[in-house]
Design a protein around this ligand. Structure first.
Ligand code: TRP
Length: 470
């Protein structure tokens, strides 16, 4: 099997695809509502510190492991050490968990494309809010839209990376960016926008707790697509000529830029309309339509374009999640791409149906005390990604040969990576304990203790029985 591994079509193709993976619902849907729930700018600052001191380094590590081995997450880690293969398996599990709820929100975005031109944007702010709650708690519609979103994923991933993922990313990511800038300008110039600007730019640490730190760390990993091997997998398709560290910085900057832009687009408007910042997952689906509804006819057009762009941003992210599972089945289990995609899709569909219904007809589960949607979300973002990122840092710093990494990051000495020693020090000595501390402090502080225990038990079992899984 001396087949040349499929590569990205072009340099810009890789950057856009990796940025496409990073930029998604995490930036536009999740970041603003977490910021709202966690008191605003203090949360943003902590998140930025984590992105800069942990996120970038872990991304460089993931790119290096992927390109060095030319294998997706599980295979890459296995190349270095059998003992740590469970981290790859954890990543596959994380992909399933995230894909258990991500398509539900992706489906909401699709539905809102249609809602935008069937009158939603001519309603009053109160009616817009009621529409959202009414919609997501329904049983039929949100499930259908979730399935439509999932089928789009299946079609793209079945085609392989170049045909689908790269092309979609190239056109629609720039569109989204421009649109957000436009909304941000509109939002900032609304009367009463000042309070919102203050909310996101003037740090107030009075409400910061251990749970805030855990939420910020989870969001940093989630938003950058780290901690579960997605970037290992994408890195494995990267040509030997690219600069890994440079690409990691560009992708991170784009990702953070979009998240901040989404915050700037939403909070000034939210305060201008006298709404509650801590309104949870509905934020983008309520605030943005209200902004557009104030603009008359042209607002409808913007609404349609915005939700198309949001759905596409979600798609370019979710395909990377599905690709982690599919690449595992192809590389390690010798499955054909199509079969791997369909099998994966069916499992994700079942999870998605349960998650969608948990917004309405099926309520919180006993003992765990959260719904299925929240269960998948908390498990992935508060446990699996953080611990996954920590383990990836440990593998990179302690298991992989330092000179191998130096060669990989300098393209065999042909380019410079001046900060190599700094990066290696962070990965080896700083990031593992830092993540561990945030996780421990957060666990004692968080409300969903039962979910946290469940997650830790699963990770523990995986670590112990990993050899049997290979
Ligand atoms: N980063 C994406 C977002 O912000 C979600 C995502 C895609 C992801 N791939 C991932 C999150 C891998 C964690 C791991 O929407």
């Amino acid at each position: 099997m001396e087949k040349q591994r499929e590569n990205w079509g072009s340099r810009i193709g890789f950057v856009l695809a990796a940025a496409g993976s990073a930029v998604g619902l995490g930036n536009i849907w999740r970041f603003p509502y977490l910021t709202g729930e966690n008191g605003g700018s203090a949360f943003i600052l902590i998140y930025l510190v984590f992105v800069i001191f942990i996120g970038i380094s872990v991304m460089i590590a993931e790119f290096s492991l992927g390109r060095n081995t030319g294998l997706a997450a599980v295979g890459a880690i296995k190349t270095y050490s059998d003992r740590w293969t469970f981290v790859g398996i954890m990543g596959v599990l994380s992909a399933f968990l995230i894909m258990g709820f991500y398509p539900v929100v992706g489906g909401w975005a699709l539905a809102y494309i249609v809602e935008s031109f069937t009158g939603l944007l001519t309603e009053t702010p109160e009616a817009i809010e009621d529409t959202f709650v009414g919609f997501i708690t329904g049983s039929f519609q949100p499930v259908i839209w979730m399935l439509v979103f999932l089928v789009l994923n299946i079609v793209i991933v079945a085609k392989g990376i170049k045909g689908g993922i790269e092309k979609a990313a190239k056109v629609l990511m720039p569109t989204l960016f421009i649109l957000l800038i436009f909304i941000a300008i509109r939002s900032l110039t609304l009367e009463g926008a000042g309070a919102g600007i203050e909310f996101i730019f003037r740090p107030d640490f009075s409400e910061v707790t251990g749970a805030t730190f855990l939420a910020a760390l989870g969001q940093a990993f989630f938003s950058l697509s780290l901690g579960m091997g997605a970037m290992i997998t994408y890195g494995s398709y990267l040509s030997k000529k690219e600069t890994l560290a440079g690409n990691a910085v560009i992708v991170t900057a784009l990702d953070v830029g979009v998240a901040l832009l989404a915050g700037i687009a939403m909070f000034p408007a939210l305060f201008a309309f006298g709404m509650e910042p801590a309104q949870g997952p509905g934020l983008v689906f309520v605030v943005i339509p209200i902004v557009f509804s104030q603009m008359g006819g042209i607002g409808v057009l913007f609404g349609i374009i915005f939700f198309i762009a949001l759905a596409v941003a979600a798609l370019t992210s979710s395909v990377s999640l599905m690709e982690v599972v599919v690449a595992y089945l192809i590389d390690q289990r010798g499955m054909l791409r199509k079969k791997a995609v369909y099998g994966t899709g069916i499992v994700m569909a079942i999870m998605g149906v349960l998650a969608s219904l948990s917004m309405g007809v099926i309520g919180p589960m006993p003992v765990l005390q959260v719904g299925v949607f929240d269960l998948f979300d908390i498990l992935s973002d508060k446990i699996f990604l953080g611990l996954g990122g920590m383990f990836i840092a440990i593998i990179t710093g302690w298991v992989v040969n330092k000179e191998t990494l130096r060669a990989e990051l300098t393209n065999d000495g042909t380019i410079e990576f001046k900060l190599f020693e700094v990066w290696h020090f962070l990965i080896k000595w700083i990031i593992p304990p830092a993540v561990a501390i945030v996780a421990v402090v957060g666990i004692f502080d968080i409300e969903q203790t039962a979910v946290m225990i469940l997650g830790l038990v699963v990770v523990g079992l995986l670590a112990v029985f990993s050899r049997k899984l290979n």
